[in-house]
Design a protein around this ligand. Structure first.
Ligand code: B16
Ligand code: MG
Length: 216
């Protein structure tokens, strides 16, 4: 029986991918090259340092670990400038209804995100009170597709892995759910998230109780 929902943040609850993209693009431009939206797809769901390594590889730039930390910090400062202006209006459509209905149905709610900025974003968008547990990038040592983030989420909700459903927009995130022994709902396109238990374009009209029954 499904008793808990674990949500990814970026691409599921809010669309911060566009802020990450702007900040990485600015960094790439300062380093003398460019990245486009197609390249940016690769950065979705992976950690800040893994993203930086992808960006540097793309620009064929080799630097020391110390310099990498400096660049990642700079990118994060630019990213946070954009996050600072976030409001409840930045929550993706139908998400709030879905969270409310889930809570009313007695389903426990957790966050499983690679982002170290997740609590700040949930706070800015007024969603933090909905979450019974928040597992973010500061609480895990392994990135998705490793299951750590979702296993810790289930643990925080005091549920077994099989009692949780993961909501994810990234292929690697769905792989993490599978590795954790959890069912998953892909948010996006079936062609991309073909590994998910089911795929929906968004939360429009989705009934949490029905979904929990259906996905079993
Ligand atoms: P930060 P998610 C991920 O969030 C983003 O999709 C990814 O692009 C980003 O690099 C990662 O968080 C780390 O974010 O720099 O804020 O720690 O999709 O796992 O919610
Ligand atoms: Mg995501």
């Amino acid at each position: 029986m499904i008793k808990g929902f674990l949500f990814d943040l970026d691409g599921v609850i809010v669309d911060t991918a566009v802020f990450h993209y702007k900040a990485w693009k600015r960094l790439a431009n300062e380093l003398g090259f460019d990245i486009d939206e197609e390249f940016n797809e690769r950065l979705k769901g992976i950690s800040r340092m893994d993203s930086l390594n992808e960006v540097l590889l793309h620009g064929q730039i080799e630097i020391t670990e110390e310099e990498k930390i400096r660049l990642a910090t700079r990118k994060n400062e630019w990213y946070l400038d954009l996050v600072e202006d976030m409001t409840p209006d930045d929550v993706l459509p139908y998400v709030l209804d879905f969270l409310e209905l889930s809570r009313e149905a007695g389903i426990k709610i957790g966050l499983g995100s690679a982002s170290k900025n997740a609590p700040k974003i949930l706070d800015k968008t007024g969603l933090i009170e909905y979450f019974d547990v928040i597992i973010d990038g500061t609480k895990v040592s392994k990135s998705k597709p490793d299951p750590e983030v979702f296993l810790k989420g289930a643990q925080g909700l005091q549920l077994e892995a099989g009692e949780c459903v993961v909501f994810e927009d990234a292929f690697a995130g769905v792989q993490a759910a599978i590795a954790a022994g959890m069912k998953s709902v892909g948010i996006g396109k079936k062609e991309v998230l073909y590994n998910a238990s089911m795929v929906i374009p968004d939360f429009k009209g989705v009934d949490p109780e029905k979904l929990a029954r259906k996905i079993k």
